[in-house]
Design a protein around this ligand. Sequence first.
Ligand code: NAD
Length: 495
Amino acid sequence: MTTVITTPPLQFDGRALIDGKRIDAISGARFDCISPVDGRVLTQIARCAEADINAAVTCARAAFQDQRWSGLAPAQRKRIMIRFADLLLAHGDELAVTETLDMGKPVKYARAVDVSSAANCMRWYGEAVDKIYDEIAPTASTALALITREPMGVVGIIVPWNYPMIMASWKIAPALAVGNSVVLKPSEKSPLTALRMADLALEAGIPPGVFNVVTGFGPEAGSPLALHMDVDCIAFTGSTRVGKQIHVMAGQSNLKRAWTELGGKSPNIVFADCPDLGKAVEAAVGSIFFNQGESCNAPSRLYVEASIKEQFLEKALALVPDYAPGNPLDQATVMGAIVDQMQMNSVLRYIDIGKSEGAKLLAGGEQALRETGGCYVQPTIFDGVHNDMTIAREEIFGPVLSVLSFTDAADVVCQANQSVYGLQAAVWTRDLNKALGVARALRAGTVHVNQYDEDDITVPFGGFKQSGVGRDKSLHAFDKYTETKTTWIRIDSPV
Ligand code: NAD
């Protein structure tokens, strides 16, 4: 039975949020916010540009300077952030449906994963911030050296569209918890939940000017933020192409701290002695098709030991029909819409390249549900892929699995590491030595053993190589949004 979620008709406000007020872009320009579910225009979004970014940064700086937020005791900020988390949950249905309409993911995951993770992240950093202590260095007794952490000031945050609330929360939560002011630029493809989050932050008691949201396109609204001389830190999640530009812009301007969480092409390695082939197949298929394949850490390169490949693929193909795309507002749907026409065309182009370079199409390969007016692609599997093929090297960011094979551990480690990316990897084997040896040899920020998607706010997330610089999540994230200060105090002891 299908259950289509019905919320009261949602009214979307696409204006930016600066200094606690919803406002249009100074130029008055707007752009359409189009739903990939069915092609309808949801609302119009303020098309912010340099003047709007300047206004937002000025307000954020003023808020930081007068200490309306940075001057609160950590325990006070904690209480407000926990209230913010509670409000996210209280508005969970509204936020989930908004996310689904805006970027196409199934509403059941928007509610159970995106809203819950965003709220948990706010709560976790809020709860953590009054439990971390500064340090005193072990110097000679003639001096006292205090090592303290201070908020950086104004933090610019630029995020993508695949997990809009989660990606924003991973940065907003630690940045706000330690007392910074924030200017967030969500993706032009998914701006609606960021704006609602900022409304709810105000309602929770985060003072006006502390959490601002500027909407618009990357070159028009993102670049002025990354280039701004009064932004102290820029935290970016998105493509490796733009991530490189972010580091250049930080260097060209005021050498602001730049943190980048970028693309991936993660290898998932299954040895013939995998302890549970059924689980390995489910994880391989489920993880590449989750979120329509639009996950930076999707296991898009599947390496199966040659002796079990046929058996593995047979089981994998049997699962493909379970991932047929459907209406994302239907609670039963597990594969929704691709974020927009441009991304869908890019995915379909990669499928064509895969065919033309000689990979064997085993499943899918076509656009789906054309009659809806939305953007859907069939779950797609290619066999016979080689490491030098485009679909083994480039991030497709869609529901496309490339299957490769290998002969032994040395062969697969060499193939898996032949990538500019190093975000995530997995190895399936019942041999502990092989698991640990391969895990150590893989150049990736996270390696899973005999599972793929274990995840928790307590562990760092980020990549080696061109998958980025820095780590989101865990207590390590506080390092990104604080400066370390040493204060030397001379002690002339009277005794
Ligand atoms: P993108 O790089 O095109 O855009 C990301 C953000 O940057 C958007 O807000 C966009 O408006 C902005 N932007 C674009 N051009 C800009 C410019 N010149 N100056 C400043 N800002 C600019 O990426 P996308 O298509 O939105 O997202 C998909 C990418 O994000 C994939 O590569 C994916 O792997 C990556 N991603 C990485 C992680 C991670 O944690 N490593 C998580 C999610 C997504």
